[in-house]
Design a binder for this molecule. Structure first.
Ligand code: MG
Length: 295
């Protein structure tokens, strides 16, 4: 199941991808069956009660659902969770080759590096990324797998960690390197408006066999810049969840970006930062492709 938020006929709605061409509009079904949640975040909070009900609807014959389909081409994508209640939690330097390209082998972390992006950064598939030319001259991309928490928890044991995950999506941790450098702290350089494209959808965890073994590729203008596999994580997802939750409660809808592999613009000599017109495509095995153009 691929869960999606979108704008259609001027309204914010959500649904589940039915096939390549259409979405089953759960907001529309909710008008008939009020037991359906108001939005995807509420659905994530309901957990299996919600996904079970969606499965029941999907099992109906296609003809019975005809009134609830929306053509994929007619929607405007929204971030899967359009209004995250909390900052986006991000793991830094979670691939050895990226830690080295940002400095040296001394930068390979022994403990999970964590920072956040403001909620105002969230952006969607196919929606342009603002180049913020007045604020930065060094805009960079970071293709990442993102984890969506489904079940609340603290002090989560590594062996239980994946049972707290609702699903997985793709995230571009767009970064202003100059701001990251001059302000010493990550937050401002990571929080430009629109600098966190997420999507196109959240794939339910039941459809991802092993999230720590997924191919990930980032292309800029069709050229492969990053290519790795999440099996190269320094800290696998179980460890990230366990470490974060030691003293901080994780809640349904929390978004955790798991870090980026080598090949960011800053890693090239000379650096290859994003400029208006550039097209960034991040593809993750089993999820899809997140596409954004820089404006
Ligand atoms: Mg990152």
């Amino acid at each position: 199941m691929k869960f999606i938020s979108f704008e259609w006929e001027g309204k914010e709605q959500y649904g589940v991808v039915y096939d390549e061409k259409k979405i089953l509009n759960l907001s529309q079904i909710r008008l008939k069956e009020s037991s359906f949640p108001e939005g995807l975040l509420e659905g994530i909070r309901q957990g299996e009660e919600f996904t079970g009900r969606v499965e029941q609807v999907l099992a109906k014959p296609e003809a019975a659902l005809a009134a609830f389909f929306v053509p994929m081409q007619e929607i405007r994508f929204l971030p899967p969770i359009p209004h995250p209640p909390k900052n986006i939690i991000c793991v830094g330097k979670n691939y050895r080759d990226h830690a080295i390209e940002m400095g040296s082998a001394k930068d390979i972390p022994e403990h999970v590096i964590v920072f956040t992006k403001a909620t105002t950064t969230v952006n969607a598939h196919l929606v342009p990324i603002d180049s913020h030319r007045d604020a930065t001259k060094e805009l960079d991309y970071e293709g990442e797998l993102a984890v969506i928490i489904g079940k609340k928890g603290s002090r989560i044991d590594k062996k239980d960690a994946l049972s707290h995950v609702f699903g997985y999506t793709i995230l571009n941790d767009v970064t202003a390197r100059d701001l990251q450098r001059i302000h010493k702290q990550y937050f401002i350089g990571k929080s430009l408006d629109g600098s966190c494209p997420i999507g196109p959808w959240i794939v339910h965890h039941s459809k991802i066999k092993n999230p720590n073994q997924l191919d990930i590729t980032t292309k800029v203008n069709g050229e492969v810049r990053q290519h790795s596999n999440t099996e190269n994580f320094i800290f696998p997802i179980e460890e990230i969840i366990s470490e974060l939750s030691k003293g901080m409660t994780l809640e349904p809808g929390d978004i955790i970006a798991t870090g980026t592999p080598a090949g960011v613009g800053n890693g090239f000599n000379p650096p290859r930062f994003l400029v208006p017109g550039d097209e960034v495509e991040i593809t993750i095995e089993g999820i899809g492709t997140l596409y954004n153009k820089v404006k």
